[in-house]
Design a binder for this molecule. Structure first.
Ligand SMILES: N[C@H](CCC[C@H](N)C(=O)O)C(=O)O
Length: 325
């Protein structure tokens, strides 16, 4: 029976008893949170649930589903040590998210929790997303401290992309560019670190500001792929404070790639040192910025639940038009 479990080739942890292993793998979903930014992990080795924009929306729905800011779908191939592990990330509105600093850290912990073996040793391994490869490392499994590298951000209009007011493609640097939102004339710094981000320096970042101005910037006509938005206050050269509005997920208590985006922008603007604490309503992370601009994010991740979809929800999920196709 043990040998027949899907994913058997994925090196189920030698340290796990067959009963523990079965309990871990025969489960429909795994839920994690990082400072209040929550994702449901759907592991195709554990469930045949079709992962489509519509099923993602229902799973993420906080009233009719499980509730989450997004879904991590993976591994999309049997994970093997030494080989980048492919996965896909979705926002709660069903849109595709290139890379999620928190989602990747949660998925790293999921591999350690579910498969144990080499994933749980604390050695670095690589996760593969549509936005590129990211090294991850579980620094302290008991404390849930996980680190991820998000590479070097790009501060170029073409990368996001960012358009001019007249709708033509903008060119050049996105450092401190003007952006008009209704009556307000803002100066923002935009960048791509696997996802598009727009950092707005303000005197006082508040949830109200993020909820009000966030969606108007995220969906601004000058960002045809939309953008994540961070309202930034530089507390000191070692401490930043942000409020986040995520593209595709809305107001968020925390966001890993947003913390990295804010730190990268502040660093480019000469406002912070190479190692900063980024404070968000859900808690703080540490971001380090190497001399070449590459970014590393470190912070806490927790598993909050594992479970099965009840038959009625599962029937709905299986019945979504996209799932049926
Ligand atoms: N929560 C994620 C970011 C999601 C970005 C996503 N909203 C998008 O770019 O579409 C994180 O921790 O990095």
């Amino acid at each position: 029976m043990y040998g027949a479990v899907p994913g058997r080739t994925a090196r189920p942890g030698a340290a796990l008893s067959p009963a523990t292993y079965l309990r871990r793998v025969m489960t429909d979903f795994f839920k994690y949170q990082a400072l209040g930014n929550d994702y449901v992990v759907i592991d195709p080795r554990s469930t045949g649930l079709p992962v489509t924009p519509e099923t993602v929306r229902l799973v993420c729905d906080r009233h009719f589903g499980i509730g989450a800011d997004g879904v991590v779908h993976g591994p999309l191939a049997d994970p093997r040590p030494g080989v980048p592990v492919p996965l896909a990330l979705f926002n709660s509105d069903g849109s595709v998210c290139g890379r999620s600093g928190n989602g990747l850290r949660m998925f790293a912990l999921h591999l350690a929790d579910r498969d144990a073996g080499s994933w749980a040793t604390g050695e670095p391994f690589t996760l593969r997303t549509t936005a590129g490869d990211s090294p991850v490392r579980i620094l302290d499994r008991a404390a849930g401290t996980v680190q991820v590298g998000l590479g070097r951000p790009v501060f170029e209009a073409a990368a996001l992309p960012l358009l001019n007011e007249d709708g033509t493609p903008a060119e050049g640097s996105t450092l401190s560019v003007p952006l008009t939102v209704g009556e307000q004339k803002l100066t923002v710094t935009a960048l791509d670190n696997g996802n598009p981000h727009t950092v707005v320096p303000v005197d006082e970042p508040t949830p109200e500001l993020a909820r009000d101005l966030g969606p108007r910037i995220a969906g601004h006509a000058r960002f045809p792929h939309r953008t994540n938005v961070q309202f930034l206050r530089v507390v000191s050269r070692g401490v930043l404070e942000i409020e986040v509005y995520e593209r595709g997920a809305g107001y968020a208590l925390a966001s890993g790639s947003s913390a990295c985006a804010a730190a990268s922008a502040a660093r480019q603007l000469g406002l912070c040192d190479e190692r900063v604490e980024v404070r968000m309503p859900g808690g703080s992370v540490t971001v380090t910025l190497a001399a070449d601009g590459s970014v590393t994010l470190t912070g806490e991740v927790r598993q909050v639940a594992t479970g099965d979809f009840a038959p009625a929800l599962r029937a709905l999920l299986d019945r979504t038009p996209e799932a049926a196709r």
